[in-house]
Ligand binder design. Structure first.
Ligand SMILES: [Fe+2]
Length: 198
């Protein structure tokens, strides 16, 4: 049971600390961003994160859970970022609901494996610890997410993995929704900042 292994616990702590360390300040974090067009700029109003189809596998009322790594096997991935307004102001208390396939490309449509929600913290930050989803027919590798700031509209979208061969064959794939991925010891760090239209 890898979640009980002390080395693995240390790894998670390291990954989580690295993920949050990169989020110390929005401007600093954005300044470190690689030149992908998805990254919001603090100098001018940023484009809101694009909406995408919900897909057929959303289950409402997911558990409040940011740590999904116990939900099945697969490579660890710490996904973190900010929820921001178009003028780059962090949005605290925003709902983020994540759901994705397991490492075999299957969704749990009876329960809540690899499904959970959290709220952004006082600095607008969020962080999920999860595992890399598998591929399923017709789609490239992706996460599904819904983001809602206060009582505003729900942003439903998907996040994608760079350097994924199937991106080029997926008609839903959108380059602006690529995560930034970086290797970390024993896993990967993913970064994506959501920009709310309101
Ligand atoms: Fe999907």
């Amino acid at each position: 049971m890898e979640q009980h292994d002390p080395d693995r616990r240390h790894l998670i702590a390291t990954l989580s600390a690295a993920g949050l360390a990169a989020l110390a300040l929005p401007r600093d974090a954005l300044a470190q961003a690689e030149p992908l067009p998805l990254t919001p700029s603090c100098g001018a109003p940023a484009a809101a994160t694009k909406r995408q189809t919900e897909g057929p596998f959303f289950t409402p009322a997911s558990p409040a859970k940011a740590d999904l790594r116990g939900d099945g096997p697969g490579d660890l991935l710490v996904l973190s970022g900010f929820v921001l307004t178009r003028t780059c102001r962090p949005v605290p208390g925003a709902l983020l609901d994540l759901w994705h396939a397991d490492s075999a490309g299957a969704y749990d449509n009876a329960g809540f494996r690899f499904r959970g929600h959290q709220f952004s913290d006082a600095q607008g930050r969020y962080q999920f610890v999860t595992r890399v989803p598998g591929l399923y027919p017709g789609r490239t590798r992706h996460f599904h997410v819904k983001v809602r700031a206060g009582n505003g509209p729900v942003l439903t979208t998907q996040l994608y993995f760079p350097e994924e061969a199937a991106n080029a064959r997926d008609g839903i794939f959108d380059r602006s929704l690529l995560m930034r991925l970086s290797p970390a010891q024993g896993g990967r760090l993913g970064r994506f900042d959501f920009v709310i239209a309101a």
